[in-house]
Design a protein around this ligand. Structure first.
Ligand SMILES: Cc1cc2nc3c(=O)[nH]c(=O)nc-3n(C[C@H](O)[C@H](O)[C@H](O)COP(=O)(O)O)c2cc1C
Length: 361
């Protein structure tokens, strides 16, 4: 039904408008116990083979909502009832921001991809923390934090900005993702510089503060092997518990869309199928660099069960989806969970933890 009716309807509107309308609708659903129940009866899916524990948190299934979809934490209950096994809200920044001028997100339909330059629009950490305090969820909720979109906030001020958000969400979120890879601010990805990352993680006191929830770092898909290695070496000296791989791409590779469509979209981060393979390669590299000892959340172009399996086989322990929802609709979560369960059972693998064993069969 999504592809036949809902998607053609939504695609008549701009990508920005369609997303805003979806968030409004999901926020309304979130406030209505009756609508949540209906949502759950259509989209919920449970099977013990999909349940996993990481950092002492129980994930009922490995499919999570990627950051950026619910930047303000207004749709948490709806997303849980859509069947997501965990939800990452944000990016949240110390100061609220309206983001870049619209239009700021674009569909590349031939590529099942998006280009966005949202510019970290969000209600700010104070408002979102209040929401997070009230949120009722049976699945882990991650808070993704980034630096306020303001080119005058650099150096020490930038670190303080991250720390403001970090300190506010640390008692509220089940895990924190530090987003150092947003391609959509004028000041760029300053903290993908190893020295700057070291200063940031030192200031956040990830290693010293034992009361913290697990802290993960989110990387860009555009990192070279060498850059990734350097950054992971820094992270590993700071007790980082896992990695989110990956964010969007500033490159325009692997595209079928016409040069006109690509040019019309302009600057921004590319997501969806066009970055799928590169993001899987980064997951594989992180898995190797950390000897499979760290939790990896794989994200980038997951829009089918095969995509999900590929990323899990590459070393991801959990997955996230954003662009796939736009093209495949909300039923995608249940579909992947159901088909993944079947796949594991048919292969004689007793649990999703052991999916990499299938590689060796
Ligand atoms: C419109 C849009 C906004 C996004 N905003 C954020 C964000 O605020 N913070 C973040 O860490 N990632 C953000 N992302 C990146 C996604 O979380 C994800 O890493 C990326 O889109 C790749 O996954 P996908 O191919 O499933 O979309 C955004 C992606 C899109 C499409």
């Amino acid at each position: 039904m999504y592809k036949q009716i809902v998607r053609p309807f939504l695609f008549r509107f701009t990508s920005d408008y369609a997303h805003e309308a979806t968030i409004k609708f999901a926020s309304t659903v979130s406030k209505s116990p009756a609508l949540l129940k209906v949502t759950n009866s259509f989209f919920g899916y449970e099977d013990p083979v999909l349940e996993q524990n990481f950092f002492g948190l129980k994930f009922p299934n490995p499919i999570g909502l990627a950051a950026g979809f619910d930047k303000n934490g207004t749709t948490i209950s709806a997303m849980q009832n859509l069947g997501f096994g965990f939800i990452e809200i944000g990016s949240i920044t110390a100061n609220s921001s309206t983001g870049n001028p619209k239009p700021r997100s674009f569909r590349l339909q031939k590529d099942k991809s998006l280009i966005n330059r949202m510019g970290l629009n969000n209600d700010g950490v104070q408002t979102i923390s209040r929401r997070l305090k009230k949120a009722k969820a049976d699945v882990p909720i991650g808070a993704n934090i980034a630096k306020t979109h303001n080119p005058s906030i650099v150096g020490e001020k930038a670190i303080l900005d991250y720390k403001t958000s970090f300190d506010m969400v640390k008692t509220l979120a089940d895990y924190i993702t530090v987003n150092i890879s947003c391609p959509n601010t004028t000041e760029g990805k300053t903290f993908e510089d190893p020295e700057a990352l070291n200063s940031l993680l030192t200031a956040l006191e990830v290693k010293k503060d034992v009361s913290l929830p697990p802290v993960l770092i989110k990387f860009s898909v555009d990192l070279s092997k060498e850059q990734l290695k350097e950054l992971i070496e820094i992270c590993e000296t700071h007790a980082i518990r896992g990695y989110v791989a990956t964010n969007t791409s500033s490159k325009r590779e692997n595209l079928q869309s016409s040069p006109r469509v690509i040019k019309n979209a302009g600057n921004g981060g590319l997501s969806g199928q066009a970055i799928k393979q590169k993001s899987t390669e980064i997951i594989e590299q992180i898995h190797t660099l950390t000897n499979g000892q760290k939790t990896i959340i794989g994200v980038g172009g997951v829009s089918s069960t095969i995509d999900a399996i590929e990323k899990l086989m590459a070393g991801a322990n959990l997955l996230q989806i954003y662009t796939g929802l736009v093209y495949e609709g909300p039923g995608l979560v249940r579909k992947i969970n159901r088909e993944l369960t079947e796949f594991l059972k048919n292969a004689g693998v007793e649990h999703v933890y052991h999916i990499r064993k299938i590689k060796d069969l």
